[in-house]
Write a protein that binds this ligand. Structure first.
Ligand code: ADP
Ligand code: MG
Length: 702
């Protein structure tokens, strides 16, 4: 390939210079012409408009005006030193203020000179002024590309201190485009551009920085968003096709004794049709000769555990071992006891391995795993350890998978010479756009139906002042024989303040619900495992009517008799966490309730979260709201494993149509040429090599 002009170092851009280019490197990670061109503005403002000073008020956004400098004054001393200038345009006077770069400004801004001024009006001492406006000499105004809209670029504090403002960046973009417009190599095939009616790359880049009009800007955005999402999808899906090409999966053809016997004789209840469908999908995968990589999404309480158990039985039926990994000890032990119970009558051996498994028991487990004596292992992160070796591991199930990092999941691949089938489960519904990107290389199954007889949970918001009423309600529920969760936020397990809240809460609840009529148990992350276990058991067995806890109970805990979930300081929880917590109730046949307690002073965003939660119990709807409120980078379910890539222009909360479309296009190309080997697809493989090196390829890890 000929040297691409876009790969040129930005220090060679006229007007840039070595010092600035270093700052661009360090502060914005901009190293080449391409990096600069693809540094897109975060907003566009109509720049054809000039304001008159008489029109300026404190509530305007960025404005532009032209006037004559009347006076310049240095005032204050030390840190309070500032430079003020009065500018006038015949309709009035306006004060301009600077706190930094005074010497430079002082040299530039002289009385009697005309300036074009850009800035955001603010009010200080009842007077409107512009702080740190950008100043441009109208006579020296650089010949910029004509544009109907002015682009605004993010800068950093360091850049601003070196006078690299949004406007300076715009000027550099202008220089760059003057230099290379028309010479930028097309990055999408002509066929695709024609068929989809996209703007060509030269005009797209020109119009994103210097829009000729709002219509052109829209077209430029559409083209660049499509390109970004298309290559992202192509990369993700190409990895999947490559993986399927390279790795042969264990073939589980047998629907053996175990599954049959379980299905016909030991199934505790009729499967929902969603559970049946998902099981069919899993069976098909595991019998296909491909290695399964499937994400199972199902709202809390939708019955994922049963699907996991039955998938594990298929593995054992085919002569393989299976394991189930959960993020907390509580959850792992609960899974272990569920499995032991429902598999009691079957000839399957199960074991539990967690951080607190005693050394001796651990050793025995290790040996049984290696010899193949043990069919199923349930546990926590302890399963990942090197010493845990299987004889013939065929299936790995990971529960609440978002609690594990990508690397941790990948390490389970190595537990077998040939990668085992993977089933990763989550109760955090993932909006479709995220599922297609963050988990775009996995097959996806959804349990979209709750077991029959569930009543939808009623959710209410109480202010702290209604605590008496809350206690009254709890007493009534306990009188009906129900159990209550009361959860306190513990943002960081080490925060003293949070523990104080929890302990104070526990005390006041114990006072309001005294023995011998009531038993209040408490569980939190700082407790020793065995103490925690005792608290948990008190609640599970029904001895304790109230469980005061932190979010350690968030995932998976299953006590069908619990009907009330009280969440203290609910404003401090994220949406999906609130939804998860709420999912701890509503598991039995009785009407369940979730009560969100907050103080009167809560932020608008918190109010919005609470409104969403009281308004719906649909996990997908909540996830969509979460995505819109917080943006993809902060979403739970992606945060823990790290949002794996950065998008420069597309927005996963808004651009779902473009994404959907881009994915279709990428799929149809890979259908015809799975490894992108055909000559007409060479452009794709070249682009992919450059793009998103941060996306890990699972098949390369093993
Ligand atoms: P989750 O998907 O949140 O992990 P679980 O697997 O813990 O949900 O199941 C929630 C509850 O629903 C459990 O008590 C389980 O026994 C019960 N359950 C699962 N499947 C069914 C079904 N088909 N019919 C009735 N109850 C079911
Ligand atoms: Mg579960």
């Amino acid at each position: 390939m000929q040297a691409d002009i876009l790969d040129r170092d930005i220090k060679f851009l006229p007007g840039m210079g070595p010092k600035r280019s270093e700052l661009f490197n360090k502060e914005l990670d901009i190293k080449t012409f391409r990096d600069l061109l693809y540094y897109f503005p975060y907003k566009h403002v109509d720049r054809t408009r000039f304001y008159k000073i008489s029109q300026v008020s404190g509530d305007l956004p960025y404005i532009q005006l032209e006037g004559l400098i009347k006076r310049v004054e240095l005032a204050g001393s030390g840190r309070n030193k500032r430079l003020t200038a009065i500018i006038s345009d015949g309709t009035g006077n306006l004060e301009l203020v600077w706190f930094r770069g005074l010497r430079w400004i002082n040299d530039l801004v002289k009385p009697g000179k005309n300036f074009i001024v850009y800035g955001k009006p603010t009010i200080f001492n009842n007077k409107v002024n512009l702080v740190h406006p950008e100043m441009e000499d109208p006579d020296k105004q650089e010949k910029t590309i004509n544009a109907a809209l002015q682009s605004f670029y993010n800068t950093s504090e360091k850049l601003k201190n070196s006078f690299i403002t949004s406007r300076v960046i715009s000027k550099l973009q202008n220089k760059l485009l003057n230099l290379i417009y028309g010479k930028i190599e097309e990055s999408l095939p002509g066929e695709l551009i024609n068929r989809l009616g996209l703007l060509n790359i030269n005009d797209a880049l020109l119009n994103i920085h210097f829009p000729q009009g709002t219509g052109e800007l829209k077209k430029a955005e559409a083209r660049l968003k499509f390109e970004e999402l298309f290559y992202l999808q192509l990369k993700i899906l190409r990895q999947k096709t490559g993986r399927n090409h390279k790795i042969k999966g264990f073939v589980f053809t047998r629907v053996g004794e175990l599954l049959n016997s379980f299905y016909h004789n030991h199934l505790p209840f009729e499967l929902t049709s969603a559970q049946k469908r998902v099981l069919r999908e899993i069976r098909k995968d595991m019998g296909s000769g491909k290695q399964m990589n499937r994400l199972l999404q199902g709202d809390v309480g939708s019955g994922k555990t049963l699907v996991a158990v039955m998938s594990m039985l298929i593995a054992v039926d085919n002569g393989y071992q299976a394991c189930l990994m959960a993020p907390t000890e509580i959850l792992a032990s609960q899974h272990y006891s569920t499995l032991s119970k429902i598999l009691k009558e079957l000839p399957v051996t199960t074991g539990l391995l967690t951080g607190s498994t005693r050394k001796k028991a651990r050793k025995i487990l290790h040996e049984q795993l290696k010899s193949g004596e043990l069919d199923m292992l349930i546990g926590t992160h302890a399963l990942i350890e090197e010493v845990v070796q299987f004889k013939k591991l065929g299936l790995v199930v990971i529960d609440e998978q978002h609690r594990f990092g990508v690397a941790q999941r990948a390490r389970m691949w190595k537990k077998s010479n040939n990668p085992p089938h993977m089933l990763v489960m989550t109760a955090t519904p993932i909006p479709r756009t995220l599922a297609m990107t963050v988990y775009g290389d996995l097959e996806i199954s959804v349990i979209d139906e709750l077991p029959p007889g569930r009543k939808s949970i009623l959710t209410a918001h109480y202010f702290d002042t209604k605590r008496e009423r809350l206690f009254g309600f709890i007493r009534k529920q306990i009188a009906l024989g129900r159990q209550i969760y009361i959860v306190y936020p513990l943002i960081s397990e080490s925060e003293k303040m949070d523990y104080k809240d929890l302990e104070d809460g526990y005390e006041s609840i114990s006072r309001a619900f005294p023995p011998p009529d009531y038993v209040v148990a408490i569980v939190h992350g700082k407790m020793k495992q065995d103490v925690k276990e005792i608290g948990m058991q008190q609640f599970i067995s029904g001895t304790a009517q109230i469980l005061v806890a932190t979010t350690v109970i968030e995932v998976g805990v299953d006590v069908p008799n619990a009907t009330v979930m009280v969440i203290e300081s609910a404003e401090r929880f994220g949406l999906s966490q609130l939804h998860q917590l709420r999912g701890r109730v509503g598991r039995g046949a009785e009407q369940s309730y979730c009560i969100l307690m907050t103080s009167h002073k809560i932020s608008n965003e918190a109010r919005q979260r609470i409104k969403t939660l009281t308004g719906t119990t649909d996990g997908f709807e909540i996830a969509e709201a979460d995505l819109k409120l917080r943006g993809p980078g902060d979403m739970e379910g992606t945060m823990q494993s790290g949002f794996p890539f950065e998008l420069k222009i597309a927005n996963l909360a808004r651009d779902n149509k473009i994404l959907e479309y881009a994915r279709q296009q990428a799929m149809s190309i890979l259908d015809r040429d799975p490894l992108l080997e055909k000559p007409e697809n060479i452009m794709f493989s070249q682009q992919l090599e450059r793009l998103h090196p941060e996306i890990e390829d699972w098949s390369k890890i093993s």
